[in-house]
Design a protein around this ligand. Structure first.
Ligand SMILES: [Mg+2]
Length: 225
C-alpha cells in the first residue's frame, strides 16, 4: 500500500481540481449494490429465470459495454434489460452516501479559491439524483458528464473536450479518481497531478495502486500549507 497517513500535495500550485463522483466522492457501495444485486433480482423476475442465471447473463452484458458510453447511459440499459433503470435507482436512493471528509475537503477547496469540477462517467440522470440526495452540487464550478462530452473518461478525447469546455490549465490541475485506467489517460493527456482514491466502497477492501499516489480518506489532503 502506497498510501501515507498524510499526502503532501503542492496545493498552492494547483488551481483546478477535477473530481470523479462514484467511488471517489461517493460511496461506490450504492452502485455495486445496484448493478450486482438489485438489477439481477429485477431482471430475474422480469425474465422469469433464476437469480444465478440472471447474474451470469448480466455480467456478460456489463463486460461488453464497460468503458464505453453505453455503460454510462441509463436509457440504454433500460432498453437493453427491459427495466426502468432510473426508477430502480430512485428506489434505493437512501443508499447514496458521501465518503468521509469529502465535504470538509470540498469546503477547503472553496476556501482556498480553487476551481472545482465534477468530471464523471455517470449519466446526467444519475448525477441529478446523486447531487440532489447528497447536496454537494453547490461546491462545483461546473459538472461535466462523459455523456455530454461524447466520450468516456477512459479516452483522450474526453480530456480534450473537458479542457475546451471547463477551461482548466493542465499544468495546474489535479484529478482524483478511483479508476486507474482513467488516471493513466488523464496523465497521458497532460494533467499534471493525479491521485488515486483507493477506498471506493465502504463495503470492500481498498485496492492498492502500484502506479499512482493514493489516498484512502480525504482527511489525508486537508493540510492547507
Ligand atoms: Mg469512479
Amino acid at each position: 500500500m502506497h498510501a501515507k497517513s498524510s499526502v503532501k500535495f503542492p496545493l498552492k500550485d494547483i488551481q483546478f481540481v477535477l473530481l470523479d463522483m462514484d467511488g471517489t466522492l461517493l460511496d461506490k457501495y450504492f452502485d455495486d449494490y445496484f448493478w450486482e444485486h438489485l438489477v439481477p433480482e429485477k431482471y430475474a423476475e422480469k425474465h422469469n429465470i433464476t437469480l444465478g442465471k440472471a447474474k451470469d447473463e448480466l455480467m456478460k452484458k456489463y463486460r461488453v459495454h464497460e468503458g464505453t458510453l453505453n455503460w454510462t447511459d441509463l436509457d440504454f440499459w433500460s432498453k437493453e434489460l427491459y427495466l426502468d433503470i432510473p426508477a430502480l435507482k430512485e428506489q434505493i436512493r437512501h443508499l447514496i452516501e458521501v465518503h468521509p471528509h469529502v465535504e470538509d475537503f470540498l469546503m477547503m477547496l472553496r476556501r482556498t479559491r480553487k476551481k472545482v469540477f465534477l468530471v464523471t462517467n455517470a449519466h446526467y440522470k444519475a448525477v441529478d439524483l446523486k447531487l440532489k440526495k447528497t447536496r454537494i452540487g453547490k461546491y462545483f464550478d461546473s459538472v461535466l458528464s462523459s455523456f455530454d462530452a461524447g466520450y468516456p473518461k477512459e479516452s483522450l478525447e474526453f480530456w480534450r473536450e473537458a479542457e475546451k469546455r471547463l477551461g482548466f490549465d493542465k499544468e495546474k490541475s489535479l484529478l482524483i479518481d478511483d479508476t486507474e485506467e482513467i488516471l493513466k489517460t488523464a496523465k497521458k493527456y497532460g494533467i499534471k497531478y493525479v491521485l488515486y482514491k483507493a477506498r471506493a466502497s465502504s463495503n470492500m477492501k481498498p485496492r492498492p495502486s502500484k502506479d499512482f499516489l493514493s489516498v484512502l480518506d480525504f482527511n489525508e489532503l486537508m493540510d492547507e500549507s
